[in-house]
Write a protein that binds this ligand. Structure first.
Ligand code: ADP
Length: 364
C-alpha cells in the first residue's frame, strides 16, 4: 500500500522548494551584481588617465578578493538561515492551520450509529474547515433522523406483528387448558385463529408494499374512471356490509403505474368505508388530473390531520385495530402518490366526514 504523506508535510515541502528557489536566485543575482560592481570599480581611475602613468590593471587586489569571498559566504549563510527559518515557520503555520481538520478527522472516525446524535464541534474560524464541519454536522443530523425513523418503524412493525401472534397463542393456551372441547369450541377457535392470521398476512403485505423502495417501472397513460370503477367493484362487498353507497363522476387520464395507483385508491376508498357510518355515502369525483374522495364518516380531528400519513398512526388505535386497520394504509398512499410526482391532502366534509384530494402534476 502506498504510504500517505500528511498534508502539512506536503504544504511545507512545496513552500520550502519555492523558498529555496527564490533565495538561491536572489543570492546568485546579488553575488553576480557585486562581481560586476567590483570589476567596474577597479577599472575606473579616480584621477584622469595620463599617457605617462602606468596602465590600470583589471585584476582586483588581495583585500578586495577577500572581501568579495567574505560577502559571498555571508550571502550563502544568510540564504541558508532564511530557508531554515522559513521552513520552520511554514511547518508551524501549516500545523496550526490544519489542526482543526485533524481534530475533525479524529472526531469523525469515532462516530458510529450509537453516537450519531453527538455530532461534531464546529470551529469558530469561519474558513473552509468550519464549512466542512458544518456540512458534516448537517449530514449526521439527517442520518440520525432517518436512523430514528427506521428504528421507530421497526419497533412499531414488531409490535403490530406481535399483537395477532399473541392473540393466537392465548387462544391456543386457553383451548388446551379446557378438559373437554365440543365441536362449537373448535369452530370458534379456528375462526378466531383465521381472523388473526388474516390480519397478520394483511400487515405483512402492507409492510412489503411500504418498504418496496422501487420507483415506478413504466409510466403509461392511466384512465382514472375505469381504474376507480374496478376498485369500487372490488370493495362492493365490504361497502354492502355497511350499506354504503358509492358514486363516481368525471373523467381523467394521468401518467403512471396503474397497479400502484389502484393500490392507493383501494386504500383511500376502503378507509372511506371503514370510517364511515352505516348507510353513509362516498362521492368520488374526477376532474382532469385530480381525484376527490368524500365520505360522510366520522371525520378526522384537526390536530390529527398532519399525522395521518405517518406510519402506524391511528386516531383511535383500538378502534382501527378492531376495524382491521394496520396504520400503514395512508403512508402507502402517500408514498405511491409522491412516486407519481403528485400531492395528497385532507379536509373536512360538510356536515360530517372527510375529503381526500389527490392530484397529479403530470396529467395528459
Ligand atoms: P388504518 O389502517 O388504521 O386505517 P391508515 O394509515 O389507513 O391506517 O389511516 C390512518 C388513520 O387515519 C386511521 O387510523 C384513521 O384514524 C384515520 N383515517 C383515515 N382515513 C379516514 C377516513 N376516511 N375517515 C376518518 N378517519 C380516517
Amino acid at each position: 500500500m502506498k504510504r500517505s504523506i500528511p498534508l502539512k508535510l506536503k504544504l511545507t515541502t512545496i513552500s520550502v522548494c519555492i523558498l529555496t528557489v527564490m533565495c538561491v536566485a536572489f543570492a546568485i543575482s546579488t553575488i553576480y551584481s557585486t562581481n560586476g560592481l567590483v570589476q567596474a570599480t577597479i577599472t575606473t581611475p579616480a584621477i584622469s588617465v595620463d599617457e605617462s602613468m602606468p596602465a590600470i590593471t583589471s585584476e582586483p587586489s588581495v583585500a578586495v578578493t577577500e572581501a568579495l569571498w567574505q560577502f559571498r559566504g555571508t550571502t550563502v549563510l544568510v540564504m541558508l538561515c532564511l530557508i531554515a527559518i522559513g521552513s520552520a515557520l511554514t511547518y508551524l503555520f501549516a500545523s496550526r492551520t490544519l489542526k482543526p481538520l485533524e481534530d475533525l478527522t479524529e472526531r469523525v472516525q469515532h462516530i458510529d450509529i450509537h453516537n450519531l446524535d453527538e455530532g461534531v464541534s464546529i470551529p469558530q474560524t469561519k474558513d473552509e474547515v468550519a464549512k466542512l464541519a458544518q456540512a458534516f454536522q448537517n449530514m449526521t443530523e439527517k442520518l440520525n433522523l432517518s436512523y430514528q425513523v427506521q428504528k421507530n418503524f421497526s419497533a412499531n412493525a414488531a409490535h403490530e406483528l406481535r399483537t395477532p401472534l399473541a392473540a393466537i397463542q392465548t387462544q391456543l393456551d386457553v383451548f388446551q387448558m379446557k378438559p373437554d372441547r365440543n365441536p362449537e369450541e373448535y369452530t370458534n377457535l379456528l375462526q378466531s385463529i383465521g381472523e388473526s392470521t388474516e390480519r397478520l398476512s394483511n400487515l405483512v403485505k402492507d409492510l412489503l408494499t411500504f418498504t418496496n423502495e422501487q420507483g415506478i417501472g413504466k409510466k403509461e397513460p392511466v384512465e382514472l374512471r375505469p381504474l376507480l370503477e374496478e376498485t369500487v367493484f372490488e370493495l362492493e362487498e365490504y361497502a354492502a356490509t355497511k350499506q354504503i353507497e358509492i358514486t363516481i363522476s368525471g373523467q381523467g387520464t394521468v401518467l403512471g403505474d396503474d397497479s400502484l395507483l389502484q393500490r392507493a385508491f383501494f386504500n383511500l376508498i376502503s378507509n372511506a368505508i371503514r370510517y364511515n357510518v352505516d348507510c353513509g355515502s362516498i362521492f368520488i369525483e374526477i376532474t382532469d388530473a385530480q381525484v376527490t374522495i368524500a365520505d360522510t364518516g366520522i371525520g378526522i380531528p384537526d390536530e390529527a390531520k398532519s399525522h395521518i400519513f405517518d406510519t402506524f398512526f391511528c386516531v383511535d388505535k383500538s378502534r382501527s385495530r378492531e376495524l382491521g386497520g394496520s396504520g400503514l394504509g395512508l403512508a402507502i398512499v402517500k408514498s405511491i402518490i409522491e412516486k407519481h410526482n403528485g400531492y395528497i391532502y385532507v379536509k373536512n366534509n360538510q356536515p360530517q366526514g372527510s375529503i381526500f384530494i389527490v392530484g397529479f402534476n403530470g396529467n395528459i
